[in-house]
Design a protein around this ligand. Structure first.
Ligand code: FRU
Length: 514
């Protein structure tokens, strides 16, 4: 009898592990304490950045930084899910696994429509993933590619990897797109320690030429990570466009720890130049990081949609959830609008989320008296809700909503009128002792229009996302209230205010119901 070969043993071990992993995944009920009901989470284990966002053949692919072996960061691989509508997700097996001492760090994916890579099988264009290979042994970070010819179900790592290796330690997170005017691929990635975005070009996704660097600029207090670059029409200016360069940094975010900023400018196929030198935050909350936009959304749709990791490296590994850890934000469509002080990015929840709405409750115009008015009597309560509130602060110093209220718990979505700020206060939101920085109030700028403010809010089992105004200020925060804290209230301080209108929808879970 001959001893089984190493490959056979390895294959047996992997399939045993897959069976075990599957059994663990089956144990997820999606009814666990703090389990988001309208946000993507893996059934079990650790997740961080969204990766490889690409639309192909009617499916949105979401890959993500994933540890198949535990609920903290490690063994980085690409987890995988697909969705027909950006809302309901089907979990698929891990797409790219750590192998030969190389972890699979963040990166992107594209449809190679013209088969420039030659990976196609003649029947369909290949999907190509471009990611950072991280070698823990010597910290080297280089860029790799892998391809799929079966709608992303199975992936083959390119035999010629790495495709870019400059011998650097902090060189990661490639985002690739097709630049039609020059008929070539463009890659942006971070030289993290240098606070630079490096730009490369390629005819075939295999041979890459260094074109230019952008940065350091604006916020530079932490490593730069996960850049994205795309063109958007300028609202209200027919034919005019701008390029948006999105760059994350950690630490040094607006409220500490991880945060994202953007630059508005021009890209000529080689070089990005910014129009702004000030720091523009993507999100004014603590939990919106490593933002990435989808590639290849059909032109007839035309939206630019992105999603981000709804967590913060400050406390990411300590948040009190099990058997999984971390969630992705709601998908948002982004646009540009010119304001008096320049061009700003607007973010709106994607319209597909409306499919989750249950029966709407509406409150018409009425005074909001000083103090707190619970809305239980109006049939308004819940832990998974969409709320659109229009408020007129009037003489009040502060006005807003209290959500997830219960014994000793409340999360405030408020307007600080004299300061011209909108804020989320999670100091009394529930469990927060896992990190000293967690219990805090985070605020962003607010412009009242005709003395009114519009707040579009999504509440989930362990998060709130607030889109203020037309989406020019967004605040994303994790919260960990008791499941029974489901109260919703209006409140005013320093004088009465006025409710113009309130619409509230209970939202259906995106997960299979028991
Ligand atoms: C951002 C990040 C990326 C890196 C990945 C590793 O959160 O640090 O720069 O590729 O996570 O998991």
């Amino acid at each position: 009898m001959t001893a089984p070969g190493f490959t056979a043993v390895l294959a047996a071990a992997i399939s045993l592990w897959m069976v075990a992993a599957d059994a663990v995944a089956q144990s997820a009920t999606y009814r666990e304490r703090y389990r988001p009901q309208i946000h993507f989470t893996p059934p079990v284990n650790w997740m961080n950045d969204p990766n490889g966002l690409v639309h192909y053949d009617g499916e949105y692919h979401l890959f993500y930084q994933y540890n198949p072996f535990g609920d903290r960061w490690g063994h980085m691989s690409w987890g995988h899910a697909v969705s027909p509508d950006l809302v309901h997700w089907e979990h698929l097996p891990v797409a790219l696994v750590e192998e030969d001492g190389v972890m699979i760090f963040s990166g992107s994916a594209v449809v190679d429509w013209n088969n420039t890579s030659g990976f196609g099988d003649g029947a369909r264009p290949p999907l190509v993933a471009i990611y950072t290979g991280h070698r823990p042994a010597d910290h080297n970070q280089s860029q790799h590619i892998a391809y799929s010819t079966d709608r992303g179900r199975t992936w083959t790592k390119y035999a010629g990897n790495p495709v870019i290796d400059i011998g650097a330690e902090h060189f990661r997170d490639p985002k690739v797109f097709w630049y039609a005017p020059d008929e070539r691929w463009i890659m942006v990635l971070a030289l993290a320690e240098d606070r630079k975005v490096r730009i490369y070009g390629s005819p075939d996704l295999k041979q890459w030429t260094h074109l230019s660097d952008f940065g350091p600029a604006a916020a530079t207090a932490g490593q730069w990570e996960c850049p994205d670059l795309f063109e958007l029409p300028l609202d209200g200016a027919p034919g005019e466009t701008r390029w948006v360069l999105q760059v994350d940094l950690n630490p040094g975010g607006r409220v500490g720890g991880s945060g994202g900023q953007y630059f508005i400018g021009h890209f000529d196929g080689t070089r990005f130049t910014a129009e702004n030198t000030d720091t523009r935050w993507l999100d004014w909350g603590a939990d919106f990081y490593a933002t990435m936009s989808w590639s290849d959304i059909p032109p007839e749709d035309g939206r630019r949609i992105w999603i981000a990791w709804m967590n913060n490296w400050q406390y990411a590994q300590d948040i009190p959830t099990a058997p999984w850890r971390s969630a992705q934000s709601l998908p948002r469509s982004v646009s540009l609008r010119r304001f008096d002080d320049g061009i700003r990015l607007l973010q709106q929840p994607v319209r597909e989320l409306e499919r989750l709405r249950g029966v709407r409750r509406v409150l018409g115009p009425r005074p909001i008296r000083e103090g707190t008015t619970l809305l239980e009597g109006e049939g308004i309560a819940g832990t998974t809700l969409e709320i659109i509130a229009e408020l007129e602060p009037g003489v009040a110093r502060e006005v807003g909503l209290k959500l997830r209220t219960g014994p000793g718990e409340e999360t405030l979505i408020g307007v600080d009128v004299p300061a011209g700020r909108v804020f989320v206060d999670r100091t009394r939101s529930g469990e927060s002792g896992f990190h000293p920085a967690f219990a805090a109030r985070h605020e962003g700028p607010l412009i009242l229009e005709n003395g009114r403010v519009r707040l579009h809010v999504f509440v989930d089992a362990s998060s709130v996302e607030v889109f203020a105004g037309s989406g020019e200020t967004v605040i994303t925060e994790r919260i960990f209230p008791a499941p029974g804290s489901d109260g919703v209230a209006l409140y005013a301080e320093g004088g009465p205010a006025r409710l113009v209108s309130l619409e509230v929808w209970p939202l259906r879970s995106i997960w299979p119901q028991p």
